[in-house]
Design a protein around this ligand. Structure first.
Ligand SMILES: Cc1cc2nc3c(=O)[nH]c(=O)nc-3n(C[C@H](O)[C@H](O)[C@H](O)COP(=O)(O)OP(=O)(O)OC[C@H]3O[C@@H](n4cnc5c(N)ncnc54)[C@H](O)[C@@H]3O)c2cc1C
Length: 407
């Protein structure tokens, strides 16, 4: 059995940044199921990779009380400095940070090159099937996959530390949390987040493809940004952000979604506006403000010969009924994962000393705007710092680690 120092399971954003941050003091081997590492990164931010955001705060995540400490240690500015130090220039567009090239491949290329510089090893088409704790360390059992994903052989490694970085099955992929569940970790089942909202069909009928800048409210939470009407419900940033509430079990099907279709105007201002044009049919004034199909729906809701006040009220409160969310194939992240309570502030397992988890595999999910990649970087930073400082040796001295080979 080949011996390795640190094995990282999964080769996504968290694993790549971890490999760089761990530096050359510890040898990192990344085992990735796919044909290449960093594949999901290429799809982020519509191919532009929104790698972090100005002003990301703990409240942007499902468990602010835990995420706050990680943000303090590695805030968005540190993420920008980290990427700049790899030679990657960045630009800020509307508070979101992108690579200067606005090409996601620039981010993965920079990480892969820097990881190679510090001697990280990437083994692709390696699917980890089992992680076992033994007296001598972690035995990692791997299936070697062929081009069509067929199993071609088996390998086993003995590692001093393992880092689970298997992400989630948002968009594509497979759930590998079972690898750590088998070691005694609790898992909150994954639910699709940052995904379109499914609503009653009547409220969106005929509106497929219409976009509007609005404020959307659900369960007392407001989300500002674009809404894109679909024939099954709502997409766009504001809808995606609200889907996190559904994923986290904070709201349920049947609740009301309310759209303020003209957030920069008060109801009174709108009523005055329509009053001024009351000699026109309402449809004409509405079409002067909204996409013609949306204008028709507003007029329909307000009723025949609606007065200016009623039109204003419908515009400020265009309501729909929530049915649920789209499935994982449309989601940017999954809410759920390994319970954070079982990991310390270095993301070292309290159950199994020497085992770490980073990125989306943990039960941390954020809203749109770079919060999820920011979590990948800051969780990688926490684990890398601990492993660089030889945290396992401290565990050994405390007598909590059962291995003999670690000192
Ligand atoms: C379409 C899309 C757009 C997005 N855009 C943004 C954005 O602009 N900004 C932002 O902040 N976030 C964005 N996200 C979310 C962000 O991409 C994820 O939060 C982030 O990639 C998570 O990183 P990770 O390394 O934890 O997991 P992943 O990137 O999911 O990587 C996990 C890796 O582990 C591998 N793996 C899994 N199981 C095994 C196994 N058993 N053995 C070996 N390998 C295994 C997988 O093949 C995968 O390569 C987007 C997501 C999607 C899907």
């Amino acid at each position: 059995m080949e011996r390795k120092d640190i094995i990282v399971i999964g080769g996504g954003a968290a694993a790549l940044s971890f490999s760089v941050m761990a530096g050359s003091s510890r040898r990192v081997t990344v085992l990735e199921r796919g044909a290449r590492v960093g594949k999901k990164l290429l799809a982020t931010g519509n191919g532009r990779c929104n790698l972090t955001g100005v002003g990301i705060c703990a409240e942007d995540y499902n468990i602010p009380e835990r995420v706050g400490g990680f943000l303090k240690r590695f805030p968005p500015e540190a993420a920008v400095r980290f990427f700049n130090s790899l030679g990657l220039e960045t630009r800020v567009i509307g508070g979101r940070v992108y690579p200067y090239s606005e090409c996601a491949s620039s981010v993965s290329d920079a990480l892969i090159a820097a990881a190679a510089d510090v001697g990280a090893e990437f083994l692709t088409r390696r699917e980890v099937r089992e992680v076992r704790r033994t007296e001598d360390g972690f035995v990692v059992s791997v299936a070697v996959l062929g081009e069509r994903g067929e199993e071609k052989g088996r390998e086993s490694y003995l590692a001093r530390n393992v880092v689970l970085a298997t992400g989630s099955y948002a968009t594509t992929g497979k759930d590998s949390l079972a690898l750590f569940a088998a070691l005694g970790h609790r898992v909150r089942p994954f639910a699709p987040s940052l995904t379109p909202l499914v609503t009653d069909r009547a409220s969106v009928k005929g509106l497929n493809g219409v976009r509007v800048k609005c404020v959307a409210s659900l369960g007392g939470i407001r989300a500002e940004g674009e809404i894109l009407f679909r024939d099954y419900g709502l997409s766009g940033i504001a809808a995606l952000d609200l889907s996190a509430l559904v994923a986290r079990g904070k709201v349920r099907a049947g609740e009301e979604i309310s759209l303020d279709l003209a957030p920069e105007r008060t109801e009174e201002e709108l009523a005055e506006h329509f009053e001024k044009f009351s000699y026109y049919p309402a449809s004409r004034a509405l079409k002067g403000m909204f996409h013609s199909r949306l204008a028709e729906r507003i007029e329909e809701r307000a009723g025949a010969r609606a007065d200016a006040r009623t039109l204003a009220r419908v515009i400020k409160r265009y309501t729909l009924t929530l049915s649920g969310t789209a499935d994982a194939s449309a989601a940017q992240v999954m809410s759920g994962g390994l319970a954070m309570a079982q990991f310390d502030d270095d993301l070292c397992s309290r159950q199994v000393p020497g085992a770490y988890a980073i990125g989306e595999a943990l039960d941390v999910d954020g809203i749109c705007g770079g919060a999820n990649l920011q979590w990948a970087w800051m969780s990688a930073f926490a684990a890398a710092q601990a492993l660089k400082k030889g945290k396992m040796l401290l565990h050994d001295r405390a007598g909590t680690a059962p291995y003999s080979c670690l000192a």
